[in-house]
Write a protein that binds this ligand. Structure first.
Ligand SMILES: *Cc1c(COP(=O)(O)O)cnc(C)c1O
Length: 340
């Protein structure tokens, strides 16, 4: 099976497993795990922030980051297809007591004016006040889209001007960094809180990180424990992330090449299903036209290719370190034949 459902399906490589087995560990609830501390310091420096907090999932680091900026009864603004809005089980409402309003976008990138027109920082006694904006880079359901750096800077300036916080869901910020060459810290410094994942394209089995100021992090650490997500000798997991940072960032370029090859193979057979020019990183979103996405995913699976049906007419293929460029091309041929 060529499994392209997500880049979360990767297994730890032999080198990563060896690093995990050799990790020095301690009790992280006491902040005494040396491997976690080293990972937090290193990642904070990479992202241009003061402090980091190693978390079990990106859903948790997003939850902690957004709640640091938005009090109960206030709102966060985000894209209608944002992961925080669609794929985190309503956690931000259910657990943080905040509301969300969403803007429409093209493949995950909004017009600045669409964001600006929604800002309501001091909405008075009748309307909900905006406390934060959240962006996603790369944009998952948008098709791995990179947010243009000038756009990010403009949103930053807008939020600063209105005293509104800015959160980045950077689950795949590594992919944006590798594709554009923009330094991680240049991205990171535009945001008050940043979440990154080690368990996607980087190939670690578990783990995400929240980055922010030391003050925000002290409070986030309390909330992580309050939510039952304090952990102990998790340095064995942090070691996988350290290994991924050292060995598995630059190779993301290969995943991007594989995604483009897949898209070209689909488009050769079914030109309306995907425009290869829109494939910027490791995600390919395919329009299944008149065929329900679920049926296409089922037929593809029968032919040895696993993809995700994420909408009534949309399937997603994600390339990663456990599939080769040739396998990705082959998957594109299978999908293209089904859609032709
Ligand atoms: C995967 C992902 C997350 C985090 O997902 P978890 O499964 O909770 O780790 C957050 N944001 C985006 C855009 C993602 O793709």
């Amino acid at each position: 099976m060529i499994d392209l459902r997500s880049d979360t399906v990767t297994a730890p490589t032999p080198g990563m497993r060896a690093a995990m087995a050799a990790a020095e560990v301690g009790d992280d609830v006491y902040a005494e795990d040396p491997t976690i501390r080293a990972l937090e310091e290193r990642t904070a420096e990479l992202l241009g922030h003061e402090a980091g907090l190693f978390c079990v999932s990106g859903s948790l680091s997003n939850l902690l980051g957004v709640r640091a900026l938005v009090a109960p009864g206030q709102e966060v603004l985000c894209d209608a297809d944002a992961h925080i809005a669609r794929a985190e089980m309503g956690a931000h409402g259910a657990l943080s007591g905040l509301t969300m309003r969403t803007w429409a976008s093209t493949r995950g990138v909004a017009e600045l004016s669409a964001i600006e027109s929604m800002l309501a920082p001091d909405a008075g006694p009748y309307l909900v006040s905006t406390a934060a904006v959240a962006l996603e880079n790369t944009h998952n359901f948008g098709g791995g889209t990179i947010q243009p750096f000038d756009h990010l800077r403009a949103v930053h300036d807008l939020c600063r001007g209105h005293g509104i916080g800015l959160h980045l869901d950077g689950a795949r910020l590594w992919n944006a960094h590798v594709a554009t060459g923009v330094a991680l810290a240049d991205y990171g410094r535009l945001f008050d809180t940043v979440s990154v994942c080690f368990s996607k394209g980087l190939g670690a089995p578990i783990g995400s990180m929240l980055l922010a100021s030391a003050d925000v992090m002290a409070e986030a650490r309390v909330w992580r424990k309050r939510l039952g997500a304090g952990w102990r000798q998790a340095g064995v997991l942090a070691a996988a992330a350290v290994y991924a940072l050292e060995h598995q960032v630059d190779r993301l370029a290969e995943d991007h090449l594989a995604a483009r090859e897949l898209a070209y193979a689909v488009a050769d057979r079914a030109p309306v299903a995907v425009d290869p020019a829109t494939v910027e990183t490791n995600i390919v979103v395919i329009d299944t036209g008149s065929t329900p996405a679920g049926r296409v995913a089922e037929q593809a699976r029968a032919a040895g290719v696993a993809v995700s049906a994420l909408g009534p007419r949309m399937v997603r293929a994600v390339t990663h370190l456990d599939v080769t460029v040739a396998e990705s091309r082959r998957a594109g041929e299978v999908l293209g034949d089904l859609l032709a």
